[in-house]
Design a protein around this ligand. Structure first.
Ligand code: PGA
Length: 255
């Protein structure tokens, strides 16, 4: 049983929500709620809110993340942000390979790999998202898909830098749909991901890795999910936009 050795991390994924005023209000509401929690607390916010989030979380236990990063250091990549631009602001976390990026913006396992390496080389912690679609689950190829996503994304990573990788298992059919995977389904795939990581980087790396579940995880269903041996926290969309709801998740992950 290695769960106790791993740090549970609850990360909010705000997606394309909250203007600066709303972001400031949410962060101020979160500060006292998060203050006494022992789990890792991360809020991944739109680029336009990073400055506000960095300023308002200074001296607190709330860490700030971006929702994407480009793989080149600089250059003619209109609309993109580099890892150095993020670290210059003090941003330590970044979500990479979210299914919405894969579905709507042409993200592939190969670009996920490049972004992951750029972020790791800049010293950031990557929240790497993987997960199957409903069609893939029904075809019985969930493990095949998830294994490929993990293997390609981390194909260039070394055993040492993989310490800065959190994997978020997010079945696409559960994201924003209100349909959560059952705790058993989530545990099964998270355990499989850990086994895949062990095959690539050794058992110690796998045992130490934080593996989150994401997909309609909320204040009501989190206890059952977080109790599972291989689920070390969550990547939270909808429920991260309301301080009290996010607080319940933090509380549960701190037990
Ligand atoms: P959800 O989103 O909690 O709203 O389903 C999770 C995510 O997309 O990371």
């Amino acid at each position: 049983m290695n769960k106790a050795l791993r740090k549970a991390v609850i990360a909010g994924n705000w997606k394309m929500n909250k203007n600066r005023k709303e972001a400031a209000e949410l962060i101020e509401a979160l500060k006292p709620i998060a203050a006494d929690k022992t789990c890792g607390v991360v809020i991944c916010v739109p680029f336009t809110n990073l400055e506000t989030a960095m300023r308002l979380t200074e001296g607190t236990n709330i860490e700030v993340g971006a929702e994407n990063v480009h793989f080149e250091k600089s250059g003619a990549f209109t609309g993109e942000i580099s890892a150095d631009m993020l670290t210059e602001m003090g941003v330590k976390y970044v979500i990479i390979g979210h299914s919405e990026r894969r579905q709507y913006f042409g993200e592939t396992d190969e670009t996920v790999c490049k972004r992951t390496m750029a972020a790791l080389e800049a010293g950031m912690t990557v929240i790497l998202c993987v997960g199957e679609t409903l069609e893939e689950r029904e075809l019985g190829i969930t493990e095949e898909i998830v294994a490929k996503q993990v293997k390609v994304a981390l194909s260039q990573a070394c055993e040492k830098c993989v310490k800065n990788v959190i994997i978020a298992y997010e079945p696409v059919w559960a994201i924003g749909t209100g349909k959560t995977a059952t705790a058993e389904q989530a545990e099964e795939v998270c355990a499989f991901i850990r086994k895949t990581v062990a095959g690539m980087f050794g058992q110690a790396a796998a045992d130490g890795m934080t593996i989150q579940y994401g997909g309609s995880m909320n204040e009501k269903n989190c206890a059952e999910l977080l109790a599972k041996e291989n689920i070390d926290g969550g990547l939270i969309g909808g429920a991260s936009l309301v301080a009290e709801k996010f607080g319940v998740l933090l509380e549960e992950a701190s037990k």
